[in-house]
Design a protein around this ligand. Sequence first.
Ligand code: AVJ
Length: 316
Amino acid sequence: MLQRVDDKTRQHEAFRADVIAGLSQRQKTLPSRWLYDDRGCELFEAITHLDEYYPTRTETAILAENAREIADFCGAQAVVLEYGAGAARKTEILLEALAAPRLYVPIDIAADFVMETSTRVRDRFPGLKVQPIAADFTSDFNIPVTVPARQRVAFFPGSTIGNLNEAETNGFLRRMRHHVGALGRAIIGADLKKDVATLIAAYDDGAGVTARFNLNLLARINRELAGSFRLDQFVHEARWNDAESAIEMHLVSLKRQSATVAGQSFQFRAGETIHTESSRKYTLDGFAKLATNNGWQASKIWADAERRFALFGLSC
Ligand code: AVJ
């Protein structure tokens, strides 16, 4: 319990520091990880069911259709390390396809969430050992020695990798490589570059769910950091940044205004934006090169017929 209180306090402090620092920059920016409070998770779940948002259903279908081959690539007795636990259906498809997984290790910064995931997976797969780790997968941490060192497979679906910047991506791929060891493997989901109209629609849906998801970040700041953002004076925008090969989400200030956060005041020009998320889109070659540069080799690629999304099977 004490641990949990500590965790909450630390999270709150980190949130405040990130918001103050982000809003003090010339291009105001807020780290996308803060989009996922309870309401944000609910809204993201709703996004995954939208017609325009193709990634989730495409990746799930790729996984389901290639489950046999993917399981073979992992090895029947794999030790599955999942980074950012909770991709429920995807995890289940993989675990189901593995003949005799030795252990499932969900890793997530939210201690409560990783415990919930563990319970759910234990219920669903009686007999499967589950050993949760509460850690932030974007910073350094060690896998406990109690996790068998052989046949470790890093599982990172959802194209969450696309939200990391270049330095974070390199660091993350290397850390994963270190975690699984020389004989280890990885299965990583990555969204692919495609026509801009399809991409924009996926991040600016007709029903406005993504807009609510983005604006919820301001509501969260108001709630948790005594913020004074006027939610009706900011609008959601999805932009394609060609140089970064990324879709960006911004919150656009509709007028010249100011907002207070934790006692500090921030000024906004009319049309000025807060950059809240980048979602990088890869080419098959580009991702393979990224893997190679960080100690991996892209041995397998599973994609849908339209090449919208890919699962990469990496080995060392
Ligand atoms: C969960 C991070 C993969 O980048 O596509 C969806 C988040 N943001 N719509 C993505 C998101 C806006 C999503 N990821």
